[in-house]
Design a protein around this ligand. Structure first.
Ligand code: 9YW
Length: 447
């Protein structure tokens, strides 16, 4: 096993290094998610990246979000990848084959699925930072918010219209990649029911060539299923109704649902300020209330943890992961459940585990059977997830808890390598280094 670099950078030096990562990953057109492993724009990465960029250059932060939304599909979906010319990532645009999709954008190549809706949060953050910067940046940011608001509304409406099937009220995903937590054990049961057909075209992975230790990445068995779902969607011409009706994977994602609720709140705040229509504001308030109720309704009666729901098998998924704390992001759970979740988060099963280098939540509890401290979404700590909880805690008025997330996040990343994810006990950076969204959240913590 590898090591954590022995250095610990001071806050000013760490911030300077983070800024350099964002500059180095800038192709001129987009900031790639990571220099080698991910040479394209990813949807939720771009949101976090814009938050970090705003600390350096408000104009550049705005451009990043505008670039993403120029790739928005005609039906409102914001695609999970906007492809650059780079050829180093698989599956690339040819494998996705979205150019014949009826709703796809015409000027740019994208994937055919989405990622968590954190963009309104980023837009509001960029605005806040711009307002503290200079009158020009403030004016730029206000013009930007006015322009992007209807696009954010259309994106949220797409999630309600196409992706809220069934009675549980959870926002559904049709691919584990949409969750942003690709191989989390949350998806093990629904993926067991995905059977790659004989028609799966052959493929060669590129990720395992870039990451030195392939065991830090998902397995080939997992990739077969990821690729099979793409094949199904491609055959359906990326028609959402067909996909939601027929695909072999349909899961209500409680973490996305919580982020959706709070993003709708943010969009209401921005919309009120910038004079958007009352009807649209009412829609957003209603969507937020429904989403919150769905999150609260998913909580396990004994553990209190929120749960995803397999909508194909009509079953709750009891796998306990970081997503179980979703009600803490958006609120709305009964007080006793919330208290139970807070004490669980503080306990030795999660942030209070005595062997953690930094007391921030891992993707899976170290006490859970199957916890793997080095493998991707099956155990490591992810700085962006820490940022999201810190942001939500601050918003909810829990300043002390927010400070603990920030301090822990800085402790985790102060080796200055900006790992994609971290081994929770040793703090070894894993996956990619110089990962843009890691640098971005560190900048936000430090500035
Ligand atoms: C992949 C870019 C993306 C993130 C995802 C993360 C990973 C891509 O990297 O997925 O091919 O493995 O799981 O959340 O957006 O950073």
């Amino acid at each position: 096993s590898g090591d954590r670099p022995p250095v610990r950078y001071s806050e000013p030096t760490l911030a300077a290094r983070a800024a350099r990562v964002l500059r180095d990953n800038d192709t001129g057109a987009v900031i790639t998610a990571a220099p080698k492993l991910y040479p394209h724009m990813w949807s939720w990465d771009a949101a976090f990246i814009s938050i970090g960029l705003a600390r350096l250059d408000v104009r550049r932060a705005i451009t990043e979000l505008e670039t993403l939304f120029r790739a928005q599909w005609r039906n409102g979906m914001v695609p999970h990848i906007v492809f650059t010319e780079a050829d180093a990532y698989f599956p690339g645009p040819d494998r996705w084959g979205t150019e014949n999709a009826q709703d796809g954008p015409s000027n740019v190549r994208t994937s055919g699925i989405c990622q968590p809706p954190v963009h309104a949060i980023a837009v509001q953050r960029v605005l806040e930072i711009a307002r503290r910067s200079s009158p020009n940046e403030r004016a730029d940011a206000e013009r930007f918010v006015r322009g992007i608001w209807p696009k954010l509304y259309a994106w949220h409406r797409w999630l309600v219209e196409y992706r809220t099937p069934g009675s549980a009220g959870l926002v559904a995903i049709v691919h584990g990649w949409e969750s942003g937590m690709d191989n989390s054990p949350r998806w093990d049961v629904p993926y067991d029911a995905v059977h790659p057909g004989a028609g799966l075209p052959p493929y060669v992975r590129k990720d395992v060539r870039v990451v030195g230790d392939p065991s830090e990445r998902p397995t080939d068995r997992e990739y077969d299923r990821y690729l099979w779902l793409i094949e199904e969607m491609r055959r359906a011409g990326y028609d959402q109704r067909t996909i939601v009706e027929n695909s072999s994977f349909l899961v209500g994602d409680v973490f996305i649902t919580a982020l959706f609720a709070v993003s709708c709140d943010v969009l209401v705040e921005l919309g009120k300020e910038f004079g958007q229509s009352g009807e649209q504001l009412r829609d957003l308030a209603e969507w937020a209330a429904n989403a919150r109720q769905a999150v609260a309704g998913s909580c396990h009666s004994v553990s209190g943890m929120a749960r995803d729901r397999d909508l194909r098998a009509s079953r709750w998924l009891d796998t306990q992961t970081i997503a179980g704390f979703s009600p803490l992001l958006c609120g709305g759970a009964p007080d006793d459940v919330q208290l139970q979740l807070l004490s669980l988060l503080d306990s030795d099963r999660w942030c209070g585990h005595p062997d953690l280098l930094a007391p921030v939540p891992p993707s899976v509890s170290p006490m859970r059977p199957g916890f793997n401290p080095r493998q991707y979404w099956r155990g490591p700590q992810w700085p962006v997830v820490v940022w999201l909880f810190g942001w939500a805690f601050e918003r909810r008025g829990w300043h002390e808890r927010a400070r603990r997330m920030r301090d822990g996040g800085i402790r985790l990343t102060d080796d200055g390598s900006f790992g994609e994810y971290y081994q929770p006990f040793t703090g070894e950076p894993l996956g990619s280094t110089e990962q843009s969204w890691t640098a971005a959240v560190v900048l936000d913590w430090l500035c």
